[in-house]
Write a protein that binds this ligand. Sequence first.
Ligand code: SF4
Length: 383
Amino acid sequence: MNNVGYPFMRVGLYLHVPFCRTRCHFCAFTLQIHRADRVGRYLGSLSREIQLHAEKHSLAGRRLDTVYFGGGTPTTLEASQLTGVLQNVRDSFGVNEGAEISIEAHPDTVTEDSLGRLAEAGFTRISFGAQSMDDEELLQIGRRTSGSRTQGAVRMARAAGFTNINLDLIYGVPGQSVDGWLATIEDVLALDPAHVSCYALTVEEKTRLHLDVRRGDVMEPDASLQNDMENAGAGRLAAAGFARYEISNYARPGRACRHNLLYWEGQDYLGLGPSAQSYLDGRRFGNTESVQDYDLTLERGRLPVAESELLTADQRERERVVFGLRLIQGVEQGLLRHEPPDGTWRQALDQLTRRGLLEERAGRIRLTDEGRRYADSVAVELL
Ligand code: SF4
């Protein structure tokens, strides 16, 4: 494999850990409730998957710039299990010195001891799913934890040596006001994180929240209220020194998530675990979503890839633009090299600009404030 056209590609590894202690009401991710026997089987499968990719030279000898343990809740696994997987990754693929090694964590699933072991093994960044600091709001979305537990977890992480700490937040929770949202942000700022992610609550099909909304037991999130919350939150975070670098992500200088930047900059990444997606050398491929199929396929010695597509040069460039537009700085106009002869790409961009969703300035194309609210529809029109 080679990197024709993109000679300085960085490469990252995503590992999907499909276990949580309970399922939150809004969550549609691929996961199972944590059980020791399930974890044992999954770890065997993951180890086989790593081995198969190493044997196939899927990364063509490139060492990893980022490693990201996501889920689910990776920290439902014991620290020794997580550090064992990381060691396997180092031995099988190689990890560059100075690599960013991230892990997502639920505040209730970490201890002083586990955090110390993770830091010692080389994890450099931890991302806590806080969602809200208000216990009543947490109850509304089925999170069995509390703001004080998040505070305790962040303090323990810092004491263990983590300086690169992210907090994930959700706004538009049933019953939440703009003031309530700002109170959560104030509590979060008091914890002095390096990075904050703010997501609008959405109602996904096949979730408890979807059922509750359909039954009329819970009000659907109000889009206009969520816009007000987004603006208020962005303003407060900017005043506290956080730069918004992506639609939902805010970081202190130098603390943008390097792994997630790979996705938005069209760089390469390999995804392992059920439902994980990969993009390597212009090919997109994705693993089966079912945890059971994932285990069975690997137990038979095959990679659990359910879909795969080699993108044309035109598709690659469109994707680079569409994902790049999620970044606040937008993309260079020079990326649009493969304009089809009929000019459709240009027409779509012009039309989105006329509608006030895109703007072209100083050789770059960016989403406007309005365009950021409709980023998904803009992407559909451009792809
Ligand atoms: S902890 Fe995260 S992954 Fe697990 S159910 Fe809740 S939102 Fe989903």
